[in-house]
Every structure is written in structure tokens, then in C-alpha cells.
Design a protein. Sequence first.
Length: 507
Amino acid sequence: MRRTIAMALMLTVAAGCANLQRPRPITGSMPIVEGSADAARRYLARIVEIDDAGPQLNAVIAVNPAAPEQAAGAERLGLRLGGRAVLVKDNIETAELPTTAGSLALKDNWTRRDAPLIARLRAAGGVVLGKANLSEWANIRSSASSSGWSAVGGQTKNPHAIDRNPCGSSSGSGAAVAAGLAWAAIGTETDGSITCPASVNGIVGFKPTVGLVSRTHVVPISHSQDTPGPMTTTVRDAALLLTAIAGTDPADPATAEADARKTDYAAGLDSASLASKRIGVLRKAAGRHPGVNRLFDRALADLRAAGAMLVELDYEEPREMGRDEFAVLLFELREDLNAYLAGLPGAPPVRSLADVIAFNRANAEAEMRWFGQDLFEAAEKATDRKAYEKARANSLRLAGAEGIDRLLAANRLDFLVAPTAGPAWPIDLVTGDHFLGVGAGTLAAIAGYPHLSVPMGAVEGLPVGLSFLGGRWDDHRILAAGAAYERARTEPLAKAELQAWRVRPPR
């Protein structure tokens, strides 16, 4: 769909490119963006230039041609986000575009309604620039998938190395922000789908406390773990966007406390300090890659130089935690997706997970050339509620009370740190993803606690992030820690070169 829209935009966008202005640096508690309409035109032009053509990143599925006009209106009204242009992962409903979850089964799923988080975005002066590509069905269809592939959008490429994978299901959101296709993007995470693409694409990604941001009208996996969150180039921008989209939604019981808990997440970030903070170091989560460990050691040295006290932790995630999380996700996928599909307006071709499985079989050439749907089929059979409830209680206990909570309390810590993920691997549609086993994000994902990834450098030109994990509702404290680390960081960051990976000269 976007390929047709993009060609129509070529002339109108080009006409506005001569005098484009970049957003004014953000200062104060009520930032103003200058030239927001011009910025939106610039983003649309760049999408045409490098997403449709050039390296063809495939990070964007559809664009909103009215974004410049809407940005100008938001700026005139003096709203807080001032017309900033935001890409939205294509499993979140927006009124102007279909919501496909990357699947041909939902290619015409134009509900003409905004998810509550999108309504909040608009009320704060944010503008929907378009829909970002994603791993189809948020990467829970197949155990052998290639992250960033969907039947609707194709394979998303990492702008730092276009033959490398962008990771996670919010892959298009991460790649788009890294490539300068939008001011920010909104992703969703169940386990790693915001933080991993943030890490490997060299941007900031924040998974908030589950229940801070509404999930209504978001294509679901798990009501226990799903949450939308911001993906940006700086921690401050992530805080601005989170402030806009957070809040209680009567239709989402998990958000009952959100209005009471939310705050201005950008407040105090410019002066946030790491002095006297006690930081737990999850050394075993760094894995064995020497490049990752070198970056982690440099980041720890920066934290220490900024006044933090580091506490090495002898902790390793128990295997049963991940085993039970998997059982929870399969059970909740069937129930939650069935409810979402059954409630869609119009006449979609699928009303249940079983319908989606049948659709994929009937359209196997387009949907299942590269990998199948073994996880969908397993979820359809996951009907034992007692086993599910036991698995949820156990995984939550291990990740929360006996995981993050115990580590923080027993060691008198402010938060935990670890590398977020390993460097991006080559795109491989034949055998799927190749993770290095780096990171501790599953703890925060299962517990529903905040997790921030901030760039800490690169391994041979491939970005790697530093994770900050805290307790429930510690969102502002974690963002403050990340902002303080940004200022203390001494390691240079990689630039998105929009080329295939190449061997670089020794440093």
C-alpha cells in the first residue's frame, strides 16, 4: 500500500525540502518544536529516499500524507509535543491506517479507531507519521523466524549494516529511528521486542512497567507481559513520549494505577546524577563475546567515574523461569488474540487463532515460504488453565519477588545493569535468528518491571546497548539513571551507514 502512496508524495514532499528546519533543541518543561510541518515533510521524503528506494530498509509499512498539516496544527496550538512526528508499530491501531500485525490476514484491518495510547499521543501534540514494519504477529508465530520479517512489509534491514538483522518484533520501529525516518517510534514488548531492536540499531528503547501504558486496541500476545513503549534517539525524548502516552484506561484493568503513578518523566533528567547510586552488575548476563564484554567494562568504568558504586552479583536466571514463561505466553496468546480478533469491527477473514492458522495454510506460499507456525499451533493446543496458572505464579515469583526484588533489596541497590543484547547477526531467512544469549531482559519482561536500553558503543560497527532494570513503578528513576549515563558515556557511538557490514581498520 505504501509503495503507491510514496510515489504520490514525491512531488509534494520535494517541494518542501529546500528550506527544511530541524527541531529546535528541547529545553524546559514545555518544549516547543520549530518547523514541525517541515520536519514531517523531511521524514516523508527520507522514507521515500531510503526505505522505498536506495538500501530499501523496509522499516515502514504505510505513511500518513496528512502528517505535515497535522504537525502544523499541533504546533500552532502550543501542545507539548509540538507536532513531533512518530511512527507507530503496525500492531497498534490508528484511525487513519490499517493495523496488520504484518499478516496478510489483516491487510485490510482498517478499524478507523485510535488505541487509547494514540489518542493520548495526539492530545499531547504528537502526530502519527505512519506505521512501522514488525516481525509478523510480534514474532510469536514460528520458533525459526527471522526478526523483522512480515508478509506485508518484507524483511526489515538494520541501517548500521543492511545485511544484518534489526532484532525483535519492534524491528521496523528501531530501524526507522536509527535511520532518521521519524523523531520517535512507539514499539511494543512482550520479552525483548523494544529493548533488543533498540540495542542492535543503536537507539534508546524503554519498556515501561506493565500497566503504565494502555494495551487496548493493540494486537496482543500476553496480558501479563505486553506493553507499548517509546523508541527514540535520546533518553529525554523517550521520557517526553512516555509522558504523553502513559495513563489509566478503563478498558485495560492492568492500568488501574497508572494515573496515580505517572509523572512528568522528563522532569529532572538534565541534572540527574549517578553519584552514590548502588548499581548491581549482572556479569553473567554479559555472555562470552569479547567485544560485548569490552564495551560493558567501559560502561561500568563510566558509571564508576560518575560516582556510582558497583556491586558484582553472582546471579544466573533459573531455567524453569523461561520454561514457565513460554507456557504462559502460549496460553495467553490463544485467549487474548481470540478476544481481539472476535471484537474487530467489519468483516475480517479471521476471528480466532484457529482461523489465522487456517489462513496461513491456505496462503502458505506468501505466508510460510521462509518459516512455519509451530508456535501458533502449540498455542492453539495450550488449554490447561491449571497448568497455566501454576506456570504464571512460578515465573512471576522467580522474576519478581525472588529475582529483581530480592537482588535490589538484599544488596541495597538502586538498579541493575547488563548488556542488552549481542551485536546484530546476518539476516537469515533460511535458518532464522542467531541470538548470542546476552542480556537480562527476561527478568523485567516476566516481572512487568521497567527496562531501559541506552547505546553503550559498538562491536565492529554494530551497536550494543546497556540495560538498566529496576522495580515496579521505578520508571522515572530508571530513565534518570539512563540520562545520567548518556552524559557520562565515553565510548564513541556508531553511525548508521546504510551499507552492508564491512571489516573496519583496527582502532
